[in-house]
Design a protein. Structure first.
Ligand SMILES: Cc1cc2nc3c(=O)[nH]c(=O)nc-3n(C[C@H](O)[C@H](O)[C@H](O)COP(=O)(O)OP(=O)(O)OC[C@H]3O[C@@H](n4cnc5c(N)ncnc54)[C@H](O)[C@@H]3O)c2cc1C
Length: 663
């Protein structure tokens, strides 16, 4: 098949015009404030960046037409956001920077939730007159907390480009839950806003798609192999009849049933602690093949079921972790924790996975920004923030004490004098190719921790080594706007796990309505699908998989994603009448080469290392007037951690001492 024919088959040429995508930079028509005639006239080069796009039009952050959430195409770490940082890594220096006439009480590097929270806590402690500047390299604030907007006629559709939900808010620290409260977020309200009955009332379940490249033929199997949280994934009790529909070897089918049913203690000579250690240092893949001795086809079935959570497959996730999340094969083993078989249920006090704003935790970031700069958006509730339009032109207003400057990559932070008694830090950042210098009495590094040694080369070697130890976990969150979701209704599904496919999961958006925002609850309505890809290289140690994945993400053009989306959705949903050419209306690919904070994978990390000796703890020590935040600084990829670490960094800045807070 020629490229042209295959494009036609996938509907590449129809419905979504090139004008919509502009090679990876597109504006949701109707939502953008740019006139569409401008779009028609615009022809950007391959993978041109949103930043370049805005700049080529003479549109800066100060321009009233600047509105990044409405951009579709390649988002997340969009072209234009990372090149300056990468050239710093490769040895480029910006000695030509002049000194700007600006000085601040606090300069925050990184406008994600941690950086925004740090600004919030600093202002709370230092008073409303404190002058604070937040610098971020992306064209939008929020870091991973990214809002994606779409339009279906007059209707606004909201998606999340990164951070999805407030997970288990009951376990948030006093600081993090206190901040949510001060921002007006009452998580109890999600019990009303999240329609937990909708999909159930339509009898929509989770399914598994076995692709022909991996399993010999395409099969949409209307069951889930792993019983995760019922509110989201669903589960199934396997029977021989159900298993017979899976396109794998007959022996593998029997092994699947055996895994689910048998209660064998594979380690009769080990006590519970030794069993725990054994499972911790054995991957689930090895457990299946070498301990439970299943047919290799069973591994293919489970391989990418851990991608969403760990960004690697079962070859790089411990059997202990899989045991804790309900994988089969462990029924006969000695208990390794006091968790009962039903732990995790709501009856046991575990919170459901429902604390979700339509744009994910971008709403948390937007509430922080509205609190820091009230004039940038109307309203004051958790409901009205969802549809409030941020006026980006007001974010960096010289009249305000708090300012947010986007498209600005920090390339150096140096004390003015000896770090032990300096009164100021000089910060250099690059905006539109120009280097600028500023001064701050304090500087919080809320950026990826691995870049800090490049910004502060005079830090102690041990600290720099610790900061680059972690490798962030790459992944892609893709939002696809579809004309309607009748195909899901016809097929009786809402979530698809696809163990061999490009995207490991596809799901209908969360059914959440709040304020003026209404979830498109009729299948006839246009809605968003959420697809996840985790670029792994099975078999390598996890950090090497992350490095390879990052490279893959940065070198994959938007075109490839679009092609894969059309192909996969067409094959999975075709039997329900889905036609990619007619049904796909817009695509936003949020790629995160530096995604989740590195989470100290127990399979590859020393077991006897005390928490205080984790590299993230050594790396986050204050250095003169520079303190270190970001979820990286506690090795957990969560919103509450980002907040806690922002708080700790501010306490350290104000007290001049390391803080144990957030350990
Ligand atoms: C796809 C995805 C899904 C997630 N889902 C969830 C979820 O459901 N729930 C949850 O609790 N957590 C989730 N997380 C984890 C998420 O990372 C944290 O919740 C939180 O948003 C991290 O915030 P942060 O401020 O620490 O880091 P970030 O959001 O990464 O913010 C750091 C910012 O600093 C910027 N920066 C880096 N270097 C520089 C520089 N030199 N100059 C200027 N700026 C710089 C970065 O580009 C970025 O914008 C998810 C993460 C990802 C990637």
């Amino acid at each position: 098949m020629t490229r042209k024919e295959s494009e036609a088959e996938l509907g590449m040429c129809s419905n979504i015009t090139r004008r919509d995508f502009l090679n990876g930079v597109a504006i949701t028509l109707g939502a953008a404030m740019l006139p569409s005639s401008d779009l028609l006239a615009q022809e950007a080069g391959p993978d041109s960046s949103a930043q370049e796009y805005f700049l080529s039009k003479g549109i800066t952050q100060q321009d009233p037409t600047y509105y990044p959430p409405a951009l579709t195409g390649m988002r997340g770490s969009h072209p234009g956001s990372f090149e300056v940082a990468h050239s710093l890594r490769d040895g480029h220096r910006w000695s030509e920077a002049g000194t700007d006439e600006e000085s601040y009480d606090l300069i925050v590097v990184g406008g994600g939730i941690s950086g925004l929270a740090a600004a919030y806590f600093f202002r709370q402690a230092a008073g409303a007159k404190a002058k604070i500047l937040i610098l971020d390299n992306h064209d939008d604030f929020g870091g991973h907390a990214k809002r994606n907007e779409f339009r279906a006629g007059d209707r606004l559709l909201l998606g999340y480009g990164g951070t999805q939900s407030i997970e288990a808010p009951g376990r948030y620290s006093k600081v993090a839950s206190g901040l949510l409260k001060e921002l007006g977020i009452d998580t109890q309200k999600f019990y009303k806003y999240y329609d937990r009955k909708l999909f159930e009332s339509m009898n929509l379940k989770s399914a598994t798609f076995f692709d022909k490249e991996t399993f010999g033929k395409d099969v949409l199997w209307p069951h889930m192999i792993v019983g995760f949280d019922e509110t989201f994934f669903g589960s199934t009790n396997l029977t021989p009849e159900i298993v017979a529909q899976i396109p794998i070897d007959e022996v593998a089918r029997k092994d699947l049933l055996r895994l689910q049913r048998e209660a064998v203690d594979y380690f009769p000579d080990l006590d519970p602690q030794q069993t725990r250690l054994k499972l911790m240092k054995t991957s689930y893949k090895d457990f299946l093949l070498q301990v439970a001795k299943v047919h290799p086809d069973v591994v293919k079935v489970f391989q990418s079921s851990t991608h969403d959570l760990y960004c690697v497959g079962i070859d790089a996730v411990s059997a202990l972790a899989c045991r804790g999340t309900g994988y089969p094969g462990f029924r006969g083993l000695k208990p390794t924790t006091r968790r009962s078989a039903t732990a995790g249920s709501e009856e046991e006090g575990e919170e459901p996975y429902i604390f979700h704003f339509p744009d994910g935790n971008a709403s948390v970031a937007r509430l922080l920004v509205r609190s820091l700069i009230p004039e940038c958006a109307p309203g004051h509730t958790m409901e009205d923030i969802v549809t409030a339009k941020i006026n980006y032109a007001r974010l960096d207003n010289p009249q305000n004490n708090v300012r947010i400057r986007l498209n600005s990559t920090v390339v150096a932070a140096k004390h003015v004098g000896d770090p032990s008694n300096a009164k100021e830090v000089e910060v250099t950042y690059v905006l539109a190719g120009q280097a600028h210098k500023l001064r701050g009495a304090h500087c919080v590094m809320a950026c990826y921790n691995c870049i800090v040694p490049y910004l502060c080369p005079e830090m102690p070697e041990k600290q720099k080594e610790a900061l680059v130890y972690a490798v962030k976990q790459p992944l892609v969150y893709t939002n696809v706007q579809i004309r309607n979701w009748t195909s899901f209704q016809k097929l009786g599904i809402r979530y698809i796990y696809a163990p061999g496919s490009y995207f490991c999961s596809t799901t209908l958006d969360f059914p959440v309505s709040l304020g003026d925002y209404k979830f498109p609850s009729s299948p006839e309505e246009s809605c968003l699908l959420h697809l996840v890809r985790t670029p792994c290289s099975p078999g390598l140690p996890c950090k090497d998989q992350f490095r390879a994945g990052r490279y893959e993400l940065l070198s994959t053009p938007f075109d490839t994603f679009e092609r894969k989306i059309r192909d996969q959705l067409g094959r999975m949903l075709g039997a329900g009448g889905f036609d990619p050419a007619k049904d796909i209306q817009a695509i936003t690919v949020n790629r995160w080469p530096h995604g989740y904070a590195y989470e100290y994978n127990q399979l590859f990390e020393p077991v006897d290392r005390p928490p205080s000796e984790r590299p993230c703890v050594i790396g986050r020590q204050p250095f003169g007037r520079i303190t270190i935040a970001n979820s990286d600084s506690d090795g957990h990829a969560y919103t509450n951690i980002a907040i806690d670490q922002g708080y700790r960094a501010v306490q350290e800045a104000l007290s001049g001492k390391p803080s144990r807070q957030g350990s």
